[in-house]
Structure formats: C-alpha cells, structure tokens
Write a protein that binds this ligand. Structure first.
Ligand code: BF8
Length: 655
C-alpha cells in the first residue's frame, strides 16, 4: 500500500491520502517526527517542577534513583499525574464557570431592561429576544433550584436563574470546609459516605472530610501547591488529592456546565441526525464550529439562519449556509438541535483538506494549532473567538456574551464572504455519512422509560442486560482512529452490556451506525441487549453528549444507586476511555474511579515509572473507593476485563 492506514474511517483515510498527495503535513507525520518519544516522559519519571532540574530517575533501578531534592520515582510520577488531573479539571471547570457567568449576565441584563421599562413578563421569564441568552428550559431551572434547596415558590424565572448562577459561582470560590453545594444536591448518601471515609481508609485521617471537594478552584490550586518543590511527597496523599480535585470537576465544574447549558439552551431530547465528513455540502457555505462551549456555537447556529446572511450567501452563488460541528461543541449542537457533526478529534485537519470549508470557528480545548497551517493551503479561515485561546495566523473575532448576536453574525458574515474564494476544482468531500439517534439526556432517558429507570434496572436484574458501560474520550494518533472505540463497543454489546457514551467516542459510534436501533440486529449485539433495545425502541448504545456531559452518566448511575440503596461502586457498571489523549480525559477517568466506577484506559498513562503509584491506581483504590483503573491497550482483552468486572459486581449484588 502506498499510504499507511491511519483510520478505520474511510473519510479520514481518503482525506489523509489527499493531504499526502498535496504535501500537507498532518498529525500523523508530526507524530512520526517525534519518534522515538522520550522514555522518561512516557514513564512519568521526568520532573520539571523546579530549576534545580530537570531531573529524571533511572527506570531500570540504577542511579539516579532520586531527583536533586531527593524526590523518588513514585513522588515524581504521582506529582506529574496530579498536575494532569488539575489541568483537566481546570479546563472542564472553567468552561462551567463561563456558562454560570453567562446565565448570570443574562439574568442581570433582564433585570436592567426591566428597569428601563422593556416588556416585563418576557424579561421575567427570560424569554425575550432582546436578551442575548434566554432560559430555554424553565422546568429544568426549577428542578435544579429545588435540588439545591433554593426556595422556588413565588419567584420569577429571572430571579431563580440569578440565584442558581450565584450558587454555582459560589462553589468555585468558596473557602469553607464543606463539600460543594452542587455535589451535596446531586450525590446519593451512600456514595457521599465513601468520599467522606476514603482518606481514612487510605491511612490519612488528617484529610478532613476525606476526598469531598470543598471549592472547585481551591482543589485545583491546592494541586499546584502540593506539587511545588518541597511540599507533598507521599504518593498516597498526592493521589488522594487527585481524586478530590477530579471530584470537584465531576460533581462541580462539569456538572454545572451540563446543567446550566440545559437551562440556557434546552435539555436534549431524542432526535435523529447525521455524522461524518459527508455532512459538508459542496454547494453551500460550510462553517465548522469546533471546540467545546455552546455559548458560542449556539449563537453561530442561530446567526446562520438569519435571512439576510442566507441571501448574501445566495448572492455569492451558494445555496445557503451549512453549519456543522466538530469535537464537543459539535456534540452540544448535535444533541440539542440535530446539527450534523463532521467528525471527532482526528478529523479537524481532514475537514479543512476537503477544500470546502469557508470558516472553522473555534473556541477552547482540543483545537490543534496546526489547523491554521492546513487552512493556509486552502481558502479556509480559522476564526478564534475566546479571549483565552488565540491562534497565531487565525482571524481573531473575540466573543462577548453581551453582544453575542452581533458578533455571531459578524463571524457568519466573514465565512459567507469567503465563499467566492473557494476553488471549486480543489473541493473533494467524502460521501460517507451516517444517521443516528442522539439526545439521550437523563431527562430524555427517564421520559423514554416512562418516568423512572425500573425497566433498565429490571433488565439488569433479569440478566437480559449484564450491566452498563460508559464509553468516553478522545482519538489519539497512536491508535488507528476509532479502532479501539468500535472494537470495545462491539465486544461489550456482544456480551449484552448496554452502552452509554460521550465525547469523541460518541461521534465515533455514530459514524459506524451504532446509534441506529437497527444496529441491534447485527452480530455485534448479544441476544439479551437486542431484545431489550427492540422492546424499548432504542439503539443498543445511547449518546449522552459532550465530555462535560460525562456528568449525565454519573447522574444516571447515581439514580440507579439510589433506587438500589447502594453506593455507585456496587453497580455492575464500568467506564472506558479507549483512545484517551487529553488531560481532561485523565480527570474524567479519575472521577469515574473516585465515584466508584472501575475504568479502563486504552492508552497507558505516564505512570509506569512509579510502581507504588501503579499499585495504588490499579489495586489499592478498590479498598479506598471501591473502584480502580484497568490499563489494557488490546481492545479485546480490555472488553473481557471490563465484562469480568461487571460479572463480579453482579455476583456481589447476588444477581
Ligand atoms: O472534551 S473526547 S479529544 S473533543 S477531550 Fe477533546 Fe477528548 Fe475529543 Fe471534547 Ni473530550
């Protein structure tokens, strides 16, 4: 073969080969140029935390066995891992903060407009078009407020929105020793108790309140403090704080992002949509929204419906404007509006290589700076929008929530005006795309099953479904794109494990038809799961959204744990990040485990240089939080190990 196989997705492979022929460098060449990658880095035994270093430990047992300060391999590995968790938690949580601030800004604008004498009812309901952001799901707002213990009686939507936003923001910066208010509002008591007692079980009773996070920002800051030279050196306490920080992400930052996004933009309901590069349209202005925050992408979707801008596109010879998604912000608008998703992480450069993209509009996280270099080979404009993410060589149209509509229109106009610069001869859009059902929020799942989770729980008890697996996370060019995602999914479904999932896994699953009910008829689904899926008219795997929406999976697990009156760790539930890549994925994996869900990683994280750390992560955590990590690059073996864990949990439950 002339070119190496980089993906099991034919559209990626086609565009990769096109890039090769055009002499365009992609992620796979850059990975190649990094070979051999640093062994110390891969094992986690390189420390750059002070300027006596950088230090590295001899992984073969010889000298040096310590860094200049005396830190050994386990201390260094644990510190590095904690910094990864902190960075991942920071990214998710800062996203959550942004959403909370947006809700607050909208509520305050409503108050101001009301005082100025604009229509009162519309503003009290926060349904007015004069506001850049409205409350689309007032019912959810009330439900969240009630969970948080906010008095709802006699209050307007505007007042409730403000109060919920303020409670959320308080959870970021509060300084008392109490657990996060969001965590207390959402977590079942049995799992709460596990968090409370975890540190004592690990022999560290001085962790007041165990691993219960106190402030979302505080735990992230403390991670940096603990890992500063000369501070915390015990891998156990370092990792316990890692669990705590990740729980601040799970039951704090990410949860706030999901819940408040639902309030602002609507809670997803089941809807049919399409995925893969074939959703780009040859005769339309194509805009790819890429990144994570729907605060931007929602507005781009709206602006693209503006009749004036559509008319402008037609004036330039296009039939209209086609907005498609990429990565998690793509999943946000897919889940809520059925906007097609063009691909997952490794397809961002490939979308540009089609030559059919007028603008790639980016916000934060998982956007390669290389998109700008690839875009230079075509007419594509990369438009960066977040004040905290600037891409050299891109166009900067920075977003401001207060002027959201105006800026979104400017962005769309920039894309439309770029259409005449497209070279028709250089356009090649792969044809493949796949339909699937999306939008399985917890609320949508409850609605589908008649208001409670009994049908799922009964199917588990009967053994029709053996358990549930939550699949999450990235693409990583070290693995053929989507290969492990799909293999693990199929191997689990064959064993009658119901799948739920988010992030780039969800986009992968959708591209291969797994989100179609008829997928249950294939040999990749076992008889029990097939029967259950058919009985309820669902696909054998449910798309629960973007990566911050991993909290939807936690909330679902929590509801089942409540029904059975057990901690989450007692459930026949597993997690997996088959192609993990980001620090966010490390935080997610850690909070799954900390919450009681044993989780598989398909990429070995940089910890193997610390034998004590490895033992804690893969064994000791079972005694501390009731779950641990499984690390296994082979997808078949991984699925077997995950299944074995589910069966063990079934046995323990006596089912
Ligand atoms: O948060 S799955 S590559 S896109 S980190 Fe990134 Fe990983 Fe994709 Fe979204 Ni999640």
């Amino acid at each position: 073969k002339k070119y190496k196989e980089v993906s099991i997705d034919s559209t990626t492979q086609q565009m990769y080969e096109r890039a090769q022929e055009m002499g365009i460098e992609t992620v796979w060449e850059r990975l190649e140029k990094q070979q051999p990658q640093c062994g110390y880095g891969l094992l986690g035994v390189c420390c750059r935390n002070c300027m006596m270093g950088p230090c590295r430990i001899n992984p073969f047992g010889g000298e040096p066995t310590r860094g200049v300060c005396g830190a050994d391999a386990d201390t260094i590995v644990a510190r590095n891992l904690l910094r990864m968790i902190a960075a991942g938690a920071a990214a998710h949580s800062d996203h959550g903060r942004h959403v909370a601030l947006t809700l607050l800004i909208a509520a305050e604008m409503a108050e101001k407009f009301k005082k100025e004498g604009k229509p009162v009812l519309e503003l009290d309901n926060m349904a007015s078009n004069t506001l850049p952001y409205q409350v689309r799901d007032a019912e959810k707002l009330k439900a969240v407020a009630e969970r948080l213990g906010i008095e709802t009686e006699g209050k307007t939507i505007r007042e409730l929105a403000k109060e919920v936003a303020e409670v959320a923001l308080h959870d970021f910066g509060k300084q008392d020793e109490e657990a996060l208010r969001f965590l207390k509002a959402y977590l079942n008591p049995k799992t709460y108790e596990v968090f409370e007692t975890a540190a004592a079980k690990a022999g560290m009773p001085w962790f007041e309140n165990g691993i219960l996070p106190r402030g979302i920002d505080r735990e992230i800051v403390e991670s940096l403090h603990r890992t500063h030279i000369g501070t915390d050196h015990d891998p156990v306490s370092i990792l316990l704080h890692g669990l705590k920080t990740s729980l601040g992400d799970a039951w704090g930052g990410s949860l706030i992002a999901t819940e408040l996004q639902d309030i602002l933009f609507g809670t997803p309901q089941v809807i049919k949509a399409e995925a893969n590069l074939g959703v780009l349209k040859e005769d339309y202005v194509n805009i790819v929204v890429h990144g994570h925050e729907p605060v931007l992408s929602e507005k781009i979707v709206e602006a693209a419906q503006d009749p004036e801008l559509i008319e402008l596109a037609q004036k330039y010879g296009a039939k209209g404007i086609n907005v498609v998604g990429m990565c998690c912000t793509g999943l946000e608008v897919l889940m809520r509006h059925g906007i097609p998703i063009a691909g997952n992480f490794l397809q961002q450069e490939m979308a540009i290589v089609t030559g059919a993209v007028e603008a790639m509009v980016v916000d934060v996280q998982c956007i390669m700076p290389a998109t700008v270099d690839v875009a230079r080979c075509f007419h594509t404009k990369i438009i960066d929008t977040s004040p905290l993410a600037t891409f050299p060589g891109a166009i900067h149209i920075k977003f401001d929530e207060r002027r959201a509509d105006e800026i979104a229109k400017e962005i769309v106009r920039t894309a439309v005006e770029n259409f005449p610069n497209r070279s028709k001869k250089r356009v090649e859009i792969p044809k493949e795309k796949m339909a699937g059902y999306v939008g399985f929020s917890v609320e949508a799942i409850l609605k589908h099953f008649g208001g409670n989770l009994k049908p799922i729980e009964e199917a588990i008890v009967e053994g029709k479904i053996k358990g549930v697996a939550g699949l999450v996370g990235c693409n990583n060019p070290k693995i053929k794109q989507d290969h492990n995602h799909i293999k693990i999914a199929n191997e689990l479904m064959k064993r009658d494990v119901l799948l739920i999932g988010t992030g780039c896994w969800a986009t992968a699953a959708m591209k291969y038809g797994i989100f179609l009910p008829e997928y249950a008829d294939t040999d990749n689904v076992g008889p029990g799961l097939r029967e259950f899926a058919k009985e309820w008219g669902i696909p054998p795997a449910l798309n629960m959204g973007s990566c911050v929406d991993c909290t939807r999976m936690l909330v679902l697990a929590d509801l089942i744990a409540r029904d059975l009156n057990v901690p989450i760790s007692a459930l026949p539930v597993v997690g997996s990040a088959p192609e993990a890549m980001t620090e966010k994925a490390v935080s997610i994996g850690t909070y799954f485990v900390a919450s009681g869900i044993t989780t598989h990683l398909g990429i070995v994280p940089p910890v193997l240089g610390g034998p004590k750390v490895v033992k804690i992560l893969t064994q000791d955590l079972y005694d501390i939080v009731g779950a641990a990590f499984i690390v296994e690059p082979d997808p078949y073996k991984a699925a077997r190990l995950m299944y074995d864990h589910i069966m063990k949990k079934r046995k323990e439950l006596g089912i």
